[in-house]
Design a protein around this ligand. Sequence first.
Ligand code: ADP
Length: 401
Amino acid sequence: MNILVINAGSSSLKYQLLNPENGELLAKGLCERIGIDGKFTYKPQVEGKKVLDAVDVAMPTHSEAIQAVMNALIDAENGVVGSMKEIDAVGHRVVHGGEAFNKSVLITEEVMKALEECIPLAPLHNPANLTGINACTAVMGKDVPQVAVFDTAFHQTMPAKAYMYALPYEYYENDKVRRYGFHGTSHKYVAGRAAAMLGKNIEDVKLISCHLGNGSSVTAVDGGKSVDTSMGFTPLAGLPMGTRSGDLDAGILEFLMNKYGMNIKEMVNILNKKSGVQGVSGVSSDFRDLENAFKEGNDRAGLAVDMFNYGVKKLIGAYAAAMGGVDAIIFTAGVGENSASQRLAIASDLEFMGVKMDAEANNVRGKEVVISAADSKVKVLLIPTNEELMIAMDTAAIVKA
Ligand code: ADP
């Protein structure tokens, strides 16, 4: 079975063709500058096939982008499948499913309507996801099943005490203002892998999943269900991130807006684009740059990384308390998979709660491995995330059902 996984943005579109049964990746790539001029990248994973790297392909709309993907995948010389018929289904990453979707769904006209109703919750992302779906229908026809996989769906199991904000209740009832959480596909994937690594049923384990990348969130997963997560109504909440502030005292907004005559748009732009570790360090949003800058004596770069690590550590404590214990802590995504020093900083001095790191075992990157000491009561796991494979697996399960 071959599943095409699509992650459509407003002017870009990432794709992968993979087999969810054995996890084999056949090809992946990227369409960029859609609606501008169009750059197409194609990376077949089959020996002897030619890579295309940001070549010019006119892409006035997402439909031409999908057409370019199809042409490359079925190309007689460098394609990886014989014809479009060998693509069984398409799985789309959709950012926001609101309260309407607690799991992945087969896309129907009714589902498209419900997705449109979610646009106000993610005005920057959901319209592009819908455009991606329509482009696939236009190019592949109505007979190829398409599935929507939501960043928010995994977190729909949170109890009300975790997802409610202490605002007047009518903002929840009338306006759907609540914690939704994001990165759900990643948290679900690594939680499943963690249970497998522990040799236990997912129903029997308590996990804390730390997805630490450019955007970061930590999730408490009890018995396979998300019971709390650090992102909120939007992905601006929780940890400080590359350029996002994470949680802060809402009173600061009024103070700064009054003092500098800023409107809400300008303020939120600062919170989303100019804050986080970039804002604190004044150096970069990239953790590698921060580590280098700190080594060269830049204390603010060190402070930014410390604040981030401390934020993750506090969430681990909070979620262990929320679940009444924890069996394993998972590190994933760019920072979680690659930064041994940050993993160590986050998970050290937690012996009181049964977490004992193995500094040597931790000195790895990018593979599934236990990085806690043999006598650590709580296991610490490094698990590379694979959102595309999770999307393909969900899509296959729905199409087969
Ligand atoms: P995104 O949220 O954009 O998907 P990623 O999960 O790819 O982000 O994570 C990107 C982050 O991972 C960047 O801040 C990058 O600096 C960080 N990263 C990648 N490799 C390393 C490394 N070796 N050490 C520290 N951080 C790393």
